[in-house]
Design a protein around this ligand. Structure first.
Ligand code: ZN
Length: 250
């Protein structure tokens, strides 16, 4: 058993007993961890209000060596998540980010770049009204960091450069865009607009700050539909929060 310190985003808080909770945390240092927070449900418990869903905290925990839950010993809230003006679309988007982090990552598999992207995404969702670009960039970053990014500029079958003009054939099972010759014989192809693909390319590249809002709302909607499909395929079912995301046109 060792004592560890970490920066964490609170993904889930589940009642464990009358006074305790089990928390799922996405940490920058260790990836996802699950820990018992004794006394967390007492009004003046040791964590006070630090274990706030989607909040960012500094934590200290005892890492258990076996299958047992880790034990949270300290948590200090650094930033609470509150959507601007109680905006529901920002709140749902933030829950969606937490769900993806929880579903896509394994315990003790750290991805500092994904953590930073999530942290920045939540910060943007606290202030930004443009939910679609903030969320889409997070999703494309998550796909890239976790090794699931489809091939966007070269043919997924033969590696030839595919020109992104007009409408471009895209196959999830092949793993991305297809050139004209590889398109033949492929089933379950969708055709994506060059604008939606260009957005995918842009959002998948490392970038800091709030993503510039685009006026092309149709491309957002198209990309939303593609990603909904993509996540459902990857997870084996649609993410629970997916239906609250709307069409992505705002
Ligand atoms: Zn090809």
């Amino acid at each position: 058993m060792s004592t560890e310190k970490a920066t964490a985003i609170v993904l889930r808080v589940v009642e464990f007993s009358e006074t305790s909770s089990v928390v799922t945390l996405f940490t920058r240092e260790f990836g996802k961890i699950r820990a018992l927070a004794k006394g967390a449900r007492r009004p003046k418990g040791p964590f006070e209000s630090a274990l706030d869903l989607l909040g960012l905290c500094r934590i200290v925990f005892l890492r258990k060596s076996s299958d047992a839950l880790d034990l949270l010993t300290e948590a200090k809230l650094e930033r609470r998540f509150r959507p601007p003006g109680g905006e529901l679309s920002n709140l749902y988007a933030a829950y969606y980010v937490a769900e993806l982090l929880n579903e896509l990552t394994d315990d003790y598999d750290s991805h500092p770049e994904l953590f930073d992207a999530a942290d920045e995404t939540l910060a943007n969702l606290r202030s930004s009204s443009a939910v679609a670009p903030v969320l889409l960039r997070f999703e494309l970053t998550a796909l890239r960091v976790l090794g699931h990014l489809p091939s966007l500029e070269t043919c997924a079958e033969c590696g030839k450069t595919v020109e992104l003009v007009g409408r471009v054939p895209f196959s999830q099972s092949a793993g991305g865009v297809l050139c004209k010759s590889c398109r033949a014989g492929q089933r379950q192809i969708i055709s994506l607009s060059a604008a939606a693909l260009a957005l995918m390319v842009r959002f998948s590249r490392p970038a800091a700050g709030s993503p510039a809002a685009d006026s092309d709302h149709r491309a957002y909607g198209e990309l939303r539909a593609v990603l909904n499909h993509y996540w459902s395929h990857l997870l084996g079912r649609p993410p629970r929060m997916q239906r609250y995301l709307g069409t992505g046109s705002t």
